[in-house]
Ligand binder design. Structure first.
Ligand code: NAD
Length: 337
């Protein structure tokens, strides 16, 4: 007998040109939005802000430092913003979520990477080297506009790694304690879509069909993150990101095969990847990198292992502090997982 509870999250998803953004904002009844983006999108952000008659905050950066969230929230309050439009990847969306958390402003997200943050009520804030995350319905974007042309400028490596970041959400959903049948379908299909799209995106960054397929996969994988409790992999990556400021998507890409080798890979993942060895497939897809390549020092392993071991998370296989240190050591050295 099946036993589960599934809750649909209220959100509108549009695959279409960014020129529809004004209509999306208007449909929510928003009159005075704040556009949030990172410095790399300052000019696109300015164009969009101009078109919407909005203020712009173009300083978003990785892992949402709390000082930045403070300043952006002050600007939102000072300008009387009634909503927030995020243009960019998880960093811009993360900053929008931090503002939403304080001022309860609806978010319209225009994602430009494949990380999947736009689909989730998960927020993160980094203070004193520690990244706190939480779930709150107020930060779930009300509307998401996926325009594949905005991801054409995403470099091949970042395209690949942000796509693998999204796959990691689906992978951990597939062994999550609160996985439901609908999310299992979405997670499996999300991995399948990304596994097929990413090599095409890397081969030809201007391939809009491949980019759009990657966004489709990101959407599905993001819904899996939104619906399920994440495990050891996400705990490790958030700890590495918060403590050492490692690049988020790269870190996910390197760590995922090692966590999967520690946990047993779910059958649905093997189906989605079309292989009986998902660990090997993901290691090859990610380019067999190491945490050392990202600038992590061997001395950092013990501290990160302590932090992870001291935190609580769901995982199909319990991990001791020594298990975690051994996993980090292997990922740091880039050993065969
Ligand atoms: P990002 O938003 O940090 O962007 C990475 C880099 O790529 C930045 O320099 C950015 O300017 C650039 N960039 C983004 N889109 C581009 C484009 N189309 N063309 C050229 N350059 C582009 O990267 P990300 O991996 O999307 O996000 C990482 C952050 O998102 C982390 O802080 C992570 O914790 C968070 N995240 C949160 C969730 C969630 O559900 N809360 C999910 C995934 C990621």
């Amino acid at each position: 007998m099946r036993e589960f509870s599934y809750e649909a999250l209220p959100m509108r998803v549009v695959f279409g040109p960014v020129s529809r953004l004004g209509a999306e904002v208007a449909a929510l009844g928003l009159k005075r939005v704040l556009v949030v983006c990172g410095p790399g999108h300052a000019s696109l952000g300015a164009q969009i802000a101009d078109r919407l008659g909005a203020e712009l905050f173009a300083e978003a950066r990785m892992h949402v430092p709390v000082e930045l969230a403070d300043r952006a929230s002050e600007l939102a309050a000072a300008t009387g913003a009634d909503g927030c439009v995020t243009v960019g990847g998880g960093s811009a969306i993360g900053l929008g979520k931090a503002i939403a958390l304080r001022h309860n402003l609806p978010i319209v997200a225009v994602p430009t990477t494949y990380a999947g943050s736009e689909m989730t009520p998960v927020w993160g804030l980094t203070e004193n080297g520690v990244k706190r995350t939480g779930r709150d319905r107020r930060v779930l974007p009300r509307s998401v506009l996926y325009d594949a042309t905005l991801t054409v400028s995403l470099p091949p490596r970042l395209s690949l790694t942000s796509g693998v970041n999204a796959m990691a959400h689906a992978v951990e959903a597939l062994y999550a304690p609160d996985l439901t049948p609908l999310i299992a379908l979405q997670a499996e299909e999300g991995v399948r879509a990304l596994a097929a799209a990413l090599p095409r995106v890397v081969a030809d960054g201007a391939d809009l069909d491949a980019r759009s397929d990657a966004q489709f996969g990101a959407w599905l994988c993001g819904t899996a993150l939104a619906a399920c409790t994440m495990g050891l992999h996400h705990k490790l990556c958030h700890t590495l990101g918060g403590a050492l400021d490692l690049p988020h998507a790269e870190t996910h890409t390197i760590v995922l095969p090692y966590v999967l080798a520690f946990n047993t890979a779910p059958a649905a993942l093997a189906r989605a990847l079309g292989t009986d060895d998902p660990v090997e497939a993901l290691w090859h897809l990610g380019g067999k990198g190491s945490l050392r390549d990202l600038g992590m020092r061997a001395d950092d392993i013990a501290g990160v292992a302590d932090l992870v071991a001291a935190s609580s998370y769901a995982n199909p296989r319990p991990a001791t502090r020594d298990d975690i240190a051994a996993l980090l050591q292997a990922a740091w050295a880039g050993e065969h997982p």
